[in-house]
Design a protein. Structure first.
Ligand code: AMP
Ligand code: GLY
Length: 420
């Protein structure tokens, strides 16, 4: 099989790594890819937000299967364009991707099937949102309705912060994404991410994880796209997992199908768990980054069979083969991230790292210049390890971190603290 993966992050590096473990993969192209991905697959410079351009490229390269990594191409309908052109595709339609691209849409779907989620209201006028905020208890959560690269959520501790968030978002901070806002009550508990494949009808759980969204140790500092993650998440007991499936995932997926917009792809279910009861915080319609890196190391080559079965609506015949193991991923980011960060610094020490089924240095924002690896993104590396215990995975991942010579980068030293 000839396979095309769209994306350029650590998530796509790990998808490429897993797909290549499967003997069915004859040729792998990643577009646009990055310096780490280029070490194991061909990279191609195409505009992945242009569905017609991707379809033309896929036809020229005799691609049999396309895996779409990030949310942006899904939200603009690249999966629809590829399916219309006759390709097998892993990733939802634009209509189903609204579960990530519109927070108010997700709330409407939850309302329609009584899925537990925070009480909320949806606004198109700042005055109405401000009036509502004044009537609710603090803290309160203000969310831009559309895609804002993980930055469109403010958990406000004071009324002033909440009102400022409304004004900033509706005043154009996130462009059109903030033209509408959702204001919701603050949920308490422990967060976890639950990943399920959905082929329109069948729901197949493929793993759980917890990530660390704050930039600095002790869960302090600004929110980021994720500074590290581990899998599995201990809070996702069998009982909590069953409740999440029965009360949130299955009803919402049935509702999507009944509306004529069935979901096909991976659903990233962001949960808050309080006293054994899960509530939905958000859906994403793609794998998490860096959660994906750990999941891919744990699942290995079977991932290709599972993603293909999902795309072809054959999930009812699939089983996931679990190893009783743990994975942990530490993100190294450029100094300054998530604000303005330094670009162009050299990273040394990567070649000496072990590269086996227990250790992988996934690249997120790198390029190669004159044979050197250069940091080009905010999140730059995801050092990921697998072990029999979380402690072993942790120690292996941090041993990789310590072997990297990159003075212009930083990482958190406490990934996994809650579970360790
Ligand atoms: P989201 O992009 O919707 O996942 O929100 C980003 C982060 O904000 C989440 O991972 C939570 O930590 C936090 N958050 C979002 N909504 C809520 C809520 N209703 N209650 C508490 N925390 C929330
Ligand atoms: N790590 C969180 C995300 O990918 O959205």
């Amino acid at each position: 099989m000839n396979i095309l993966i769209l994306g350029s992050g650590g998530r796509e590096h790990s998808l490429a790594w897993a797909v290549l473990q499967n003997p069915k993969c004859d040729r792998l192209i990643v577009a646009p890819g990055n310096a780490g991905i280029a070490q194991l697959a061909e990279c191609a410079q195409i505009d992945i937000l242009d569905g017609q351009a991707v379809a033309t490229f896929a036809a020229d390269e005799s691609i049999d299967f396309v895996i779409i990594g990030p949310e942006a191409p899904l939200a603009v309908g690249v999966a629809d364009d590829l399916r219309a052109a006759g390709f097998a595709v892993f990733g939802p339609s634009a209509a189903a991707a609204r579960l990530e691209s519109s927070k108010s849409f997700t709330k409407t779907i939850c309302d329609a099937c009584n899925a537990p989620t925070a009480a909320y209201a949806h606004f198109t006028h700042a005055e109405d949102a401000r009036a509502y905020v004044r009537t609710r208890p603090l803290p309160i959560v203000v969310k831009a309705d559309g895609l804002a690269a993980g930055k469109g959520v403010v958990v406000a501790e004071t009324l002033k912060d909440a009102l400022d968030a409304v004004d900033d978002m509706m005043g154009g901070q996130f462009g059109d994404a903030g033209a509408e806002v959702v204001v919701e009550d603050f949920l308490t508990g422990e967060e976890a991410s639950f990943f399920v494949l959905v082929d329109g009808t069948t729901v197949l759980p493929i793993g759980t994880a917890q990530d660390h969204k704050r930039a600095f140790d002790g869960d302090t500092g600004p929110n980021t796209g994720g500074m590290g993650a581990y899998s599995p998440a201990p809070v996702m007991t069998d009982a909590v997992t069953q409740k999440a499936l029965d009360e949130i995932v299955k009803p919402t997926m049935r509702e999507m199908a009944q509306r004529g917009t069935p979901f096909n792809g991976v659903l990233f279910v962001g949960l808050m768990i309080d006293a054994g009861q899960p509530s939905l915080v958000e859906f994403n319609v793609r794998f998490g980054d860096p959660e994906c890196q750990g999941l891919m190391m744990r699942l290995g080559g079977q991932v290709l069979d599972l993603l293909q079965a999902c795309a072809e609506a054959r999930l009812d015949s699939q089983t996931v083969h679990w190893a009783d193991d743990h994975a942990l991923s530490v993100v190294m980011a450029a100094d300054g991230y998530p604000g303005d960060y330094v670009k162009g610094s050299e990273i040394k020490g990567l070649d000496a790292l072990p590269k086996d089924s227990f250790h992988m240095a996934f690249h997120a924002g790198t390029s190669t210049q004159d044979g050197k690896t250069i940091a080009t993104g905010g999140r730059v590396l995801a050092l990921t390890a697998r072990g029999d215990t979380l402690q072993q995975a942790h120690d292996r991942a941090y041993a990789m971190v310590d072997a990297i010579d990159w003075p212009a980068g930083f990482c958190r030293r406490d990934i996994g603290w809650r579970a360790l």
